[in-house]
Design a protein around this ligand. Sequence first.
Ligand code: CA
Length: 226
Amino acid sequence: MQKKILLVEDEKNIARFIELELRHEQFEVIVSHDGREGLNLALEQPFDCLLLDVMLPGLNGIEICRRIRAQSNVPILLITARDAVMDRVAGLDAGADDYIVKPFAIEELLARIRSILRRVSTKVEAEANNLIKVRDIIINQQSYEVIFENKKLDLTKTEYDLLKLLCENKNRVCERDMILQSVWGYTTEVETNVVDVYIRHLRAKLKTELEPYIETVRGVGYVVRE
Ligand code: CA
């Protein structure tokens, strides 16, 4: 199905250029040159992705982003000026999914859009199939399978339970007592380093070039960050 994109950009030459490129890639494109009009369009019609320039007449892109986020999860890509670091931070704080800095190569813009759309579709798929997904980890709660970086990961039952617990609570710290109780069924405080041992096993299996999956919160427990 054709994806529909809203482009809000006041520089007409740039807007026209992006519009043509997007159409060429088979996207349906609606263009607005004004912030307020863009916001109204975004709230009136369903879009698959919004491309918002930050510096706009009427209402700036960050403000548009903030107002849209109050009522919608539509993917938002901000277009910021070079050197405007504050804009990028403010934009992400306002709920933008990503940003691209002017001047950019059109291929990069297209890649960002595809990546955002892909993320949304895997998320929808995950919700539909009762999957838990954290970055490159996908846990299938029906088949007890774990896919890591597109490959099946061999885990013992206990490792699976521990990883599932951490991923279900992603971005929240799981306290050691809570882990012991949920995974091992200990109801009283016991002196054991079994949690740390199993965390070590999981870390060895979840090797990544990027940020490690499991973070230690000293004296408290562990957290998996998205
Ligand atoms: Ca502008």
